[in-house]
Design a protein around this ligand. Structure first.
Ligand code: PXP
Length: 259
């Protein structure tokens, strides 16, 4: 069954706007789980612009589902991850000037730096995922580097506007899933997914986890976190159900021939 990871960073962004103690991302995580989240994702950035060290520690002891820590491979952050022991670490590129993570890790280029970090995290019992673009070389490099999983960047799909560009982006994602599975990796997806655009991606067989933050936190402002998560989860499950039915229903021409 498709899993939904809810990224609660933006709840902390609102809190940090006032350097206050509300809204609390830990509370958001509990509400998200009550709405059906299968994992809680947070990104402990080097500049601590949203999630703080205290949040990471409290999330570790309160999240009842799976805790996924997004992180750069900066030594200070790796040390925190080794002590915190989230269930999963998703390694991402990080630039101070960026508003959000802008694209995937260049695993092919960073292989020498990434491999020892992956090894250490895995030895600590943490599953390790690489956030990468839907690119065959990056997927193969991730498998070579020892990653358990890859999270395919869906930003290219989310930013596409014309029907042709959207179709091209979907085909890239389908190829990436196939390649990832062939390479023995678990395949996740995330970035830029919203209530409006998630279904065609969720209908791609093989993606098993979607990590979604901005859209869910935005909707939560109006309907509450629990309801926002419930709505996103039902879109994912509906898309998955449709793709299963498509797989099993004979195409109309076959059906006619059989009659
Ligand atoms: N996955 C990764 C690796 C990310 O860096 C982000 C953004 O923090 C997300 C998923 C969620 O993206 P969005 O906020 O656009 O849903």
């Amino acid at each position: 069954m498709i899993k939904l990871g809810v990224n609660i960073d933006h709840v902390a962004t609102v809190r940090q706007a006032r350097r206050a103690d509300e809204p609390d991302p830990v509370w958001a995580a509990i509400e998200a789980e009550l709405g059906g989240a299968d994992n809680i994702t947070f990104h402990l950035r080097e500049d601590r612009r949203h999630i703080q060290d205290r949040d990471a520690a409290v999330l570790r002891s309160t999240v009842a589902t799976k805790l996924n820590m997004e992180m750069a491979i900066a030594p200070e952050i790796v040390k925190i991850a080794m002590e915190l022991k989230p269930d999963q670490c998703t390694l991402v590129p990080e630039r101070r000037e960026e508003v959000t993570t802008e694209g995937g890790l260049n695993v092919s280029k960073l292989r020498k730096k990434l491999a020892p970090v992956v090894k250490r995290l895995k030895a600590a019992g943490i599953a390790v995922s690489a956030f990468i673009e839907p690119d065959a070389d990056q997927i193969s490099a991730s498998a070579d580097c020892g990653f358990d999983a890859v999270e395919i960047w869906t930003g290219g799909y989310a930013h596409a506007r014309s029907p042709e560009d959207i179709e091209t982006a979907v085909v890239r994602l389908i190829d990436a899933v196939d390649h990832g599975i062939d390479a023995g990796l678990v395949v996740h997806a995330g970035h830029g997914l919203t209530y409006r655009n998630v279904e065609p991606v969720a209908a791609i067989a093989g993606f098993c986890e979607f990590n979604i933050g901005h859209s869910i936190c935005s909707r939560a402002m109006f309907v509450g976190m629990r309801e926002a998560v419930r709505e996103m989860k039902s879109l994912l499950l509906r898309a998955e159900q449709r793709s299963i039915v498509d797989d099993f229903a004979p195409a109309p021409s076959t059906r006619r021939a059989a009659e």
